[in-house]
Unconditional design. Structure first.
Length: 102
């Protein structure tokens, strides 16, 4: 086995919840920040609660508003062919044209 490949272990890692609860556990990082813990999770408290602290729904809607139109494979192929034809049309047809451009 290889030596020194395992991460450092912190037996008393501090976990801080968004609700303000703090507790210790073992982890590979010294400090952990969580949004939901046993003190505020609806399963343990019995209270229904909508958890959207990061605004995920709003972020998703904003992302979808910025999204461009979905292009199909056939449209991509057509665009690629047109681009290739335009590049070929822009090339000089004779050596004299090539020399005059340079």
């Amino acid at each position: 086995m290889k030596a020194a490949i395992h991460p450092k272990w912190f037996p008393e890692a501090k976990v801080t919840c968004a609700c303000g609860n703090v507790f210790a556990t073992g982890a590979t990082v010294p400090e952990i920040h969580v949004e939901v813990c046993y003190a505020c999770h609806p399963f343990y408290t019995g209270q229904m609660k909508f958890v959207d602290t990061a605004g995920r729904v709003d972020a998703f809607k904003a992302k979808m508003a910025k999204a461009t139109k979905h292009i199909t494979k056939s449209e991509k192929r057509t665009a690629k062919k047109l681009k290739k034809l335009q590049e070929e049309a822009a090339r000089p047809e004779s050596l004299a044209e090539l020399r005059s451009k340079a």
